[in-house]
Design a protein around this ligand. Structure first.
Ligand code: PHE
Length: 331
């Protein structure tokens, strides 16, 4: 029968020779499993007399502990080595970015929209919003378009199949936001309202059935047509830059009196028609609960999309809606 110390030495030798956890597990079976010399020696204890059995039993127990320890410490070594190897294999080098990720940017219309807001906010205006699906009242009624008035036909209105026929529509301009703001705020009022509008129109290079406008509304004491002209001029200089000027031409809108179209003159002398404007009609102030004897106002509205075209030198409105990234990336 092998000496207990020998069993320990043998276990040490085999454990040290194991280079993987699998190999070590086989060593464990060999040195301490059911068929190991250690277990055989224990079984043989039964044949000894009590005194000798006690002594040999203690020696075997000590050997068993020593062998367990040898196996445990070799296992820890091999496990640590295996983990280190796995980490090395899975290591990701995050410091080595060879290609810059592509950065997106805002759409041409959004950029223009935000620049316009910035210019007006810089002039002391606040930004207001209204719904795109609007009632007949805000889009027309409150704006002094009586029912059946021919001016309603100027707007190729898209009606929504909701409520009474003709009662609900896709707003044809941002002017209904004027009425909503006046109903909800006490003057003095200085707001701009950018947003999406809709008209029955066939898409071509200069028209889209969906488009964007920005509305301006001022209601204050002693507001005059001179203030309106000065505001348009200040906006023109601020947005387009030096060399650009503006002019007003008489026009007609039911919700302003007098009404005008405003044009921008480019440095090369050519004119560009931008939008409509005028002094808020007293009937509109009244419809929104504001006393026209005490307050006067002016309003203006113009398209954002065509401004974007000019700004970025694009010649077809439809390009702004196709959303081909290869095209939009250029701006
Ligand atoms: N809402 C008018 C349009 O879309 C423009 C406008 C706005 C005119 C404000 C006067 C005052 O045609």
């Amino acid at each position: 029968m092998a000496e207990p110390e020998q069993l320990v030495v043998e276990a040490q030798r085999q454990a040290a020779a194991a280079t993987t956890l699998d190999e070590l597990s086989k060593v464990r079976t060999t040195v301490s499993g059911k068929r190991s010399p250690l277990v055989a020696a224990r079984k043989a204890l039964g044949g000894l007399d009590p005194e000798a059995r006690r002594e040999a039993g203690q020696a075997l127990n000590a050997a068993k502990s020593a062998i367990d320890e040898v196996l445990a410490s070799r296992e820890a070594e091999l496990a640590a080595a295996a983990r280190a190897e796995k980490l090395a294999a899975e290591r990701l080098d995050l410091t080595e970015v060879t290609e810059q990720p592509a950065n997106g940017h805002l759409h041409v219309i959004t950029q223009t929209w935000q620049e316009l807001e910035d210019v007006f906010v810089g002039m002391g205006y606040r930004v207001a919003e209204g719904p795109e699906i609007e009632s007949e009242w805000y889009n027309f009624g409150a704006l002094n378009f009586p029912l059946g008035h021919p001016a309603r036909d100027m707007y190729d209105t898209l009606y929504v199949d909701y409520g009474e026929p003709g009662s609900t529509l896709l707003r044809t301009h941002t002017s209904p936001v004027q009425a909503r703001v006046m109903e909800n705020q006490k003057p003095p009022i200085y707001v701009v309202a950018p947003g999406r509008c809709f008209r029955q129109d066939t898409a071509d290079a200069t028209h889209m059935p969906v488009f964007h406008q920005i509305e301006g509304l001022v209601v204050d004491r002693d507001t005059t047509l001179g203030d309106l002209a000065g505001t348009i001029e200040a906006f023109t200089a601020a947005y387009f830059g030096p060399g650009f000027t503006s002019r007003l031409r008489p026009s007609y809108f039911p919700f302003t009196e007098p009404s005008a179209e405003f044009d921008i003159q480019r440095p090369d002398g050519t004119w560009l028609e931008l939008g409509g404007c005028g002094m808020v009609h007293p009937n509109v102030l009244k419809a929104c609960g504001i006393d026209p004897e005490q307050w006067q106002g002016f309003a203006f509205g113009f398209g954002i999309d065509r401004l974007a075209l000019i700004r970025f030198g694009i010649d077809d409105l439809r390009e702004l809606w196709t959303n081909d990234v290869r095209f939009l990336e250029q701006f």
